[in-house]
Design a protein around this ligand. Structure first.
Ligand SMILES: Nc1ncnc2c1ncn2[C@@H]1O[C@H](COP(=O)(O)OP(=O)(O)O)[C@@H](O)[C@H]1O
Ligand SMILES: [Mg+2]
Length: 248
C-alpha cells in the first residue's frame, strides 16, 4: 500500500510581477513531496523563496504555474474561498509577522480557529488552556496582542495555528524572535505534536529547529538545491549534543 502524500508540489513556479519593474522569479520549479506525519524544515538564505513557497502551499498566494496536491486532492485550482475552507479544516499557519487579531485578547485569538472549525466552546477553551500553558503564556491570556513582546506574539501565533489540531502545520520562522528559553518551549511543543503524528513544514534559520526535523530542504534562488533526511548520531557525551548530519 502506498500512502497518499500530505503535500505534493509539482514543478511549482511563482513569478512576481511588480509594477513596471522586471518580473521576479521567487520559486522556480519546485518539486516537493511530504508524507503524512513528516516534519520538513526549509532552510536557505534570505530572498531564496522560503516564504513564497510556504505561502503557496497554504494557498495564501497564487502560483504562476505548477500543481499543488494536499492529501491527494488538487488544491492549486481552488478559489480563494475554497482555500479558506481547506485552511479552516486542515491547515494551521504561523506567519512570519504573526497576523494576530489586534482587538481580541490572546485567549480569543487562540480559541477562534477551533470555534470556526466547529469545536464546542468547552473544547476550544480546553485546547487554548493547554497550548498557552505549554508555551508559558497562561498569564497573558487576557492581554491584547499589542501588549505583548514580539516573542510572546510569536508563541500566540503558534498556539493559534495548533488550536484546531490541523492535519498540516505550516510555519514561517516560528522562532525568529524568541530568546533561547522561549525557543526551547516552542521546540518542546513542536516535537510533542510531531510525535503525535502532526505533519509539519516550517521555514527556519535555526539549526536547533532544523535538528528536530526528519528532513531538511535547502532553497537557493527559488530552487531546491538539497533535500535530505537527517541522520542522528549520539554525540560523545551521551544524550546531550546529538550530532546532526545531512544525508544527500
Ligand atoms: N509580493 C512580492 N512582490 C514582488 N517580489 C516579491 C514579493 N514577495 C517576495 N518577493 C521577492 O521574491 C523573492 C523571494 O522572497 P521570499 O519568498 O520572501 O524569500 P525568503 O522568505 O527566503 O527570504 C525575493 O527576491 C523577494 O524580493
Ligand atoms: Mg521569508
Amino acid at each position: 500500500m502506498t500512502t497518499t502524500p500530505a503535500i505534493r508540489a509539482v514543478n511549482l513556479v511563482k513569478i512576481y510581477q511588480s509594477g513596471r519593474g522586471l518580473p521576479v522569479p521567487a520559486v522556480r520549479g519546485v518539486d516537493l513531496t511530504v508524507d503524512p506525519g513528516e516534519f520538513v524544515a526549509i532552510m536557505g538564505p534570505s530572498g531564496s523563496g522560503k516564504s513564497t513557497l510556504i505561502h503557496l502551499l497554504g494557498g495564501l498566494d497564487t502560483r504562476t504555474s505548477g500543481e499543488i496536491w494536499l492529501d491527494g486532492k488538487r488544491a492549486d485550482t481552488l478559489s480563494e474561498s475554497g482555500w479558506a475552507v481547506l485552511r479552516r479544516e486542515k491547515i494551521g499557519f504561523v506567519f512570519q509577522f504573526f497576523n494576530l487579531v489586534t482587538n481580541m485578547t490572546v485567549a480569543d485569538n487562540v480559541e477562534l480557529p477551533a470555534l470556526l472549525g466547529g469545536a464546542s466552546p468547552r473544547h476550544a477553551r480546553e485546547r487554548r488552556e493547554y497550548l498557552l500553558g505549554e508555551l508559558g503564556l497562561t498569564d497573558r491570556a487576557a492581554a491584547a496582542p499589542a501588549q505583548l513582546s514580539g516573542g510572546e506574539q510569536q508563541r500566540v501565533a503558534l498556539a493559534r495555528a495548533l488550536a484546531n489540531q490541523p492535519r498540516l502545520l505550516l510555519a514561517d520562522e516560528p522562532t525568529g524572535n524568541l530568546d533561547s528559553r522561549n525557543t526551547r518551549d516552542v521546540l518542546k511543543l513542536l516535537s510533542r505534536v510531531h510525535r503525535q503524528g502532526q505533519t509539519i513544514v516550517l521555514v527556519t534559520h535555526d539549526a536547533r529547529v532544523a535538528g528536530l526535523a526528519d528532513r531538511v530542504v535547502s532553497l537557493l534562488d527559488g530552487e531546491i538545491v538539497d533535500d535530505g533526511a537527517i541522520v542522528r548520531r549520539r554525540g560523545p557525551g551521551g544524550t546531550a549534543g546529538d550530532v546532526v548530519e545531512l544525508r544527500g
